[in-house]
Design a protein around this ligand. Structure first.
Ligand SMILES: N[C@@H](CCC(=O)N[C@@H](CS)C(=O)NCC(=O)O)C(=O)O
Length: 317
C-alpha cells in the first residue's frame, strides 16, 4: 500500500529498501575508511593550523561597532559570564566601540557570549570569546598597530598567556562553576539574579519558564558535566585544592608586577579579571576567595586595580 503525503509518495517496502541501502553504503564506506586509514591515507583531510581561519567576508567587513551578546547585567559582578566580562574588558582595553545586548538567546554553538558586527540584528556573528578576541586582534591589527608596546609580547610571554588562559577557563573556573551551580545555586541566584531578570529580557512566557527552569537545570547540568570531566571525579576538598593551586601559580607569576606582563594590561589580564572577579565579587564564600584573601593579597589588589582602571562604571546597573 502506498501512502500519499504532501511530500510525495511513501511506500513502506521502499522505505525498508532505502534504509537497507543506506546502512549498506555506510558499512561499505566505513570499511573503506578503515582500509584507507590502515594505508596511512585518511579519507577526510582536516586542515592543520595553529591559527583560526575566518571567512573572507568577515575579514573584509569594516568594523563600526561591536554588539556583544551576553546575559543581562547582574549586581556585584556586572555579568555572570566570566567569558563576557573578559570580552567586554578587552573591548574597553582597546577602545573598540561596542554595545552590550542583554539576552538569553545563545549563539549557534549554544553558548554565551558572542558578537555581531555593525548590526545588532543581522551583522556577521562570531561565537566564543577567544575566537572573537583572535578575530578582532587580527582584523584591527592590534598587535602591529599598537604604539604603546603593550601588545609586543615575546613568544615566551604568548605561550605563558595561552597556558594561563586554558588553565583558568578549562579548569579553575569550571571548579568555580561547580561550586556556584551544583552546590550553592540558591545562594548564587539570591546574590546575582535580580527580580525580573528573565522576563525583562525575553518573551514573558519564556522568561517565566526560564526563571523556573534555571535554578533546577543548572545544578543538574553541572553535576552531570562533572561526571564527564576527569577532575570532576575528585572529592570536593580535592577540587578546591587543585583550583587553589592554579590560583597560587597566578599569584607567584604576578609577584609584585602591576599586570601579568608588567606595567600595561594585556589580553591575559582581561581574561584573569573576568574569571577572578567572579570569585572575589560575588557575595558567596567560594573556597577560592577565602584562599586568595588569606594567601594571595597581590591577586586581590590586581583585580581591584584592573577594575579601577577599566571599570569605573562597575556599580552602574
Ligand atoms: N569557550 C567559550 C565558553 C563560553 C561558556 O562556557 N559560556 C557559558 C556561559 S558563562 C555557556 O554558555 N554555557 C552553556 C553551555 O556551555 O552549554 C567562550 O570563551 O566563549
Amino acid at each position: 500500500m502506498n501512502m500519499v503525503s504532501s511530500k510525495g509518495l511513501f511506500s513502506p517496502a521502499g522505505a525498508i529498501t532505502a534504509t537497507a541501502l543506506v546502512l549498506g553504503i555506510r558499512m561499505l564506506s566505513s570499511k573503506k575508511e578503515k582500509a584507507s586509514k590502515s594505508n596511512g591515507t585518511p579519507k577526510i583531510q582536516i586542515p592543520i593550523s595553529s591559527e583560526l581561519s575566518f571567512t573572507a567576508e568577515l575579514l573584509s567587513t569594516p568594523i563600526t561597532k561591536v554588539y556583544l551578546f551576553t546575559f543581562p547585567k547582574s549586581p556585584h559582578i556586572r555579568n555572570i559570564s566570566p567569558f563576557a566580562l573578559k570580552l567586554e574588558s578587552f573591548l574597553r582595553l582597546h577602545n573598540i566601540p561596542y554595545e552590550v545586548v542583554g539576552t538569553f538567546q545563545f549563539s549557534p554553538k549554544g553558548q554565551m557570549p558572542y558578537i555581531r558586527l555593525n548590526n545588532q540584528l543581522n551583522g556577521p556573528l562570531i561565537a566564543d570569546s577567544n575566537f572573537v578576541i583572535q578575530f578582532l586582534t587580527k582584523k584591527l591589527g592590534l598587535l602591529e598597530n599598537n604604539n604603546n608596546s603593550q601588545y609586543r609580547l615575546t613568544k615566551e610571554q604568548y605561550a605563558t598567556s595561552h597556558a594561563f588562559t586554558r588553565m583558568m577557563e578549562e579548569h579553575t573556573s569550571q571548579i568555580g562553576f561547580y561550586y556556584r551551580y551544583a552546590l550553592n545555586m540558591d545562594q548564587f541566584c539570591l546574590a546575582v539574579i535580580p527580580n525580573g531578570w528573565f522576563s525583562n529580557h525575553g518573551r514573558v512566557v519564556g522568561g517565566w519558564l526560564m526563571s523556573k527552569l534555571f535554578p533546577v537545570m543548572m545544578p543538574l547540568g553541572f553535576k552531570k558535566k562533572m561526571r564527564y570531566i576527569s577532575f570532576g571525579r575528585h572529592s570536593d576538598e580535592e577540587k578546591w585544592t587543585i583550583s587553589c593551586q592554579d590560583i597560587q601559580s597566578i599569584s607567584d607569576f604576578l609577584g609584585d608586577k602591576k599586570f601579568m606582563f608588567g606595567d600595561d594590561a594585556t589580553t591575559l589580564d582581561c581574561t584573569l579579571f573576568g574569571h577572578l572577579a567572579q570569585f572575589l565579587y560575588i557575595p558567596m564564600e567560594f573556597p577560592q576567595k577565602v584562599y586568595m584573601r588569606e594567601n594571595c593579597g597581590n591577586i586581590v589588589e590586581y583585580v581591584e586595580r584592573f577594575k579601577e582602571l577599566y571599570w569605573k562604571d562597575w556599580d552602574e546597573m
